[in-house]
Write a protein that binds this ligand. Sequence first.
Ligand code: M6R
Length: 368
Amino acid sequence: EKGGYDWFMRKEIFEQPKAVADTLLGRYTAAGALQLDELHIGEDELRRIDKIIIVACGSAYYAGLVAKYAIEHWTRVACEVEIASEFRYRDPIIDGSTLVVTISQSGETADTLMAIRHAREQGAKVIAICNTNGATIPRESDAVLYTHAGPEIGVASTKGFLTQVAACYLLGLYLAQVRGTMYDDEIAKVMEELAATPPLIQQVLDSLDAIRELAARLVDTESVLFLGRHVGYPVALEGALKLKEIAYLHAEGFPAGELKHGPIALVDQGVPVFVVVPPQGRDQLHDKVISNIQEVRARGAFTVVVAEAGDPEVGAYADVLFSLPKVSTLLQPLLAAVPLQMFACEVATLKGYDVDQPRNLAKSVTVE
Ligand code: M6R
């Protein structure tokens, strides 16, 4: 059932173009307007929302962190993202105008379930983004937007994560449409770009030949750092989590701008540092991240750079470079996460570990 692959995880990494396409399918019109009738939450109700809180665990939480950038930018509604197991223990401020969005691949994660129960008791509306039909979390939510990734067997989430980001984007655009915070043509333009990502994910998959060699080179390393900025920051966190989970390798993700506030002290001769570089654009993010690469390199780091193809500034500072097709900043996580997933899969394979069933972990965590 692994379809010729050695691991479900690898198979699921390769299924991502289809998983994202299937998640978008039927949810927008030919004119690029969002159609999420399945939500069953009235438009008036969505207009009354004055705060969004995303609650989730693990990779789903990182998908939520990515979504925050897009949702706030598109809807101008304040959006918090919180680890589900922390949420109800801090007396969060919730009322009838709070929209809680929960993200869960399995739909059975106990921490997440407890968080939404708490949110509903306080009067919040809960929308679940979930990959498992009829699971407990969607059943206990007011509405559900399913990701259509198909079954995810590998304990390390891959297509689950990518489809969660895609579904959050659909929800963000839908809210912007209902609340009138974007013009129809702006929504259509983003939707068109989002709908065009599956073949680009495929292009990334087709360009990963160098990953195995990189994994062989770094297999005995003790620690790996991941840096990113803006939506690249949660991608860095996700890359680090994959390595911890399946390769049992110490890995940390940081916002690149935090380097000089502490983490750069970890950088020494030969320490591998992965850097997700934002697309070249009008803002200064790109140039700032380039400076961060120079800073770590000057201290001896071995730099693995994930950047837009044709970016003229990265080549000089990258020991290894992975190029991504050009997309706008908000959509880059759908591409940038892929080499990081594959890297973890290769390192774990080389170490001889069971990639699909890593030690101490369960696919769905049904106890708090
Ligand atoms: O099923 P869920 O999406 O609720 O699971 C949440 C986390 O347990 C999950 O994402 C976990 O972090 C994965 N093993 C990450 O690869």
